[in-house]
Design a protein around this ligand. Structure first.
Ligand code: NI
Length: 178
């Protein structure tokens, strides 16, 4: 947070299936795994393209001794590469939940998001992707796609008393930055 590259609108991908995109996605997957994140957008590693990846399997994480206390009821989010995304809310329902971000380490905020969305875009081979999502899955997609429009989650917090250090807000919890 504070880096100008996180505040600009990213450019659409035009070349699918090429070496550049393959290398970018490998770099993004490595970064997300190394930092134990649920999602990552290309601008977070300094690449100004409309590319996000996400995916989480909370049960598997618990089996590996890495519970996700911030999202205790989180459903599985499919491992996804989403390029040039379009998000359409399916209704007006908003819900608030705690978010963190790999670009805003150590902090958590209570962020309103659309509960039910449709998202469309392309995978890394240029094939169309068209899904509906709700709850945590929908939240992750909205958070990552915000990065492509230069928006970090603190800008969406409505009550700034609900923004702070994870270790202060949730003492004793092992928290991950995402
Ligand atoms: Ni983020």
């Amino acid at each position: 947070m504070g880096d100008a590259r996180l505040l600009q609108r990213a450019e659409p991908v035009k070349d699918f299936g090429g070496d550049d995109l393959r290398a970018l996605l490998a770099d993004m997957r490595d970064t997300m795994q190394a930092l134990n994140g649920v999602g990552l957008a290309a601008p977070q590693i300094g690449v100004n393209l409309r590319v996000v990846i996400f995916g989480a399997q909370p049960l598997q994480q618990e089996h590996q001794g890495r519970p996700n206390p911030r999202y205790p009821d989180a459903e599985t989010v499919p491992e996804t590469v989403l390029i040039n995304p379009l998000i359409t809310p399916l209704d007006d329902k908003l819900e608030e939940a705690w978010e963190g971000c790999l670009s805003v380490p150590g902090l958590r905020g209570l962020v309103p998001r659309f509960q039910n969305i449709r998202y469309q875009g392309y995978d890394e081979y240029g094939a169309l992707l068209d899904r509906t999502a709700s709850g945590f899955h929908a939240r992750v997609v909205q958070h990552e796609c915000d990065h492509l429009n230069g928006i970090l989650y603190p800008a969406r917090i409505r009550d700034m008393t609900q923004f702070g250090y994870a270790e202060t807000l949730f003492p004793g919890c092992e928290m991950r930055d995402e």
